[in-house]
Design a protein around this ligand. Structure first.
Ligand code: HEC
Length: 194
């Protein structure tokens, strides 16, 4: 009995990884998840750009800290109204906001994405109808560096502001092209179930 139990545990802990290679048809899930994460990133990116170009960076830090989560929630609400069984969030191992901290399973996938930054789908271990789609987020341009770059990239005022709001900030020291984190779309296949 004991042996059998052990076996199950091993299989389930590998499920997230094996499902990556299992050949199961993830295409329909992928399409929905991709649309949702693109929409979130475009919405957040657009708002951020507006803030950075029309105001000053210190205020833009305030804006991110106060609005990024609200905007994500609004996108979640919009998708829910459209009948989509998806939920989005952003995560990063080197997170600025502790709300965006990944679970240990998610952190493993993020480490993998650092080597191969392409989208990934995993099956959530204990719920066979639930999947997680990871869309890598990269440091795309100079704008990102003004708040996530090295000491030379971030002005003293911005650094001060970030430190005030996030004394535990981990999200600096990046270069263009680095993996910054991911959007995780949790997607439930069966639209009848809640
Ligand atoms: C004006 C400063 C500012 C700029 C510019 C900026 N960010 Fe951020 N970023 C923040 C703040 C503040 C947070 C924490 C609040 C939040 O978004 O949840 C954050 C959080 C994040 C997160 C969530 C993970 C975490 O660390 O909490 C990601 C991913 C991210 N930023 C990526 C980017 C990318 C990519 C760019 C460039 C396109 C960028 N940021 C530009 C200030 C900035």
């Amino acid at each position: 009995m004991r042996f059998k139990f052990k076996k199950i545990v091993i299989v389930s802990s590998l499920l997230a990884v094996t499902s990556l290679y299992s050949g199961e048809n993830f295409e329909p899930i992928k399409i929905d998840a991709e649309l949702a994460s693109d929409f979130l990133l475009k919405t957040l990116g657009g708002e951020l750009k507006k803030q950075v170009t029309t105001g000053n960076l210190v205020n833009a830090v305030d804006f991110c800290s106060q609005q990024a989560l609200n905007i994500t929630e609004q996108v979640n609400e919009k998708l829910k109204k459209e009948g989509k069984n998806v939920r989005l969030r952003r995560v990063s191992i080197k997170n600025r906001s502790s709300i965006n901290k990944p679970t240990s399973e998610e952190a493993k996938i993020l480490l993998m994405l650092e080597k191969t930054p392409s989208s990934v789908i995993t099956k959530v271990e204990d719920k066979s109808e639930t999947y997680k789609y990871y869309q890598p987020i990269k440091i795309a341009n100079e704008m990102c560096l003004k708040c996530h770059g090295t000491v030379e990239d971030i002005s003293p005022e911005v650094r001060k502001k970030i430190h005030e709001i996030y004394p535990q900030d981990l999200a600096t020291g990046y270069k263009i092209g680095d993996l910054r984190g991911a959007v995780i779309v949790t997607i439930t296949k069966n639209s009848e179930s809640k």
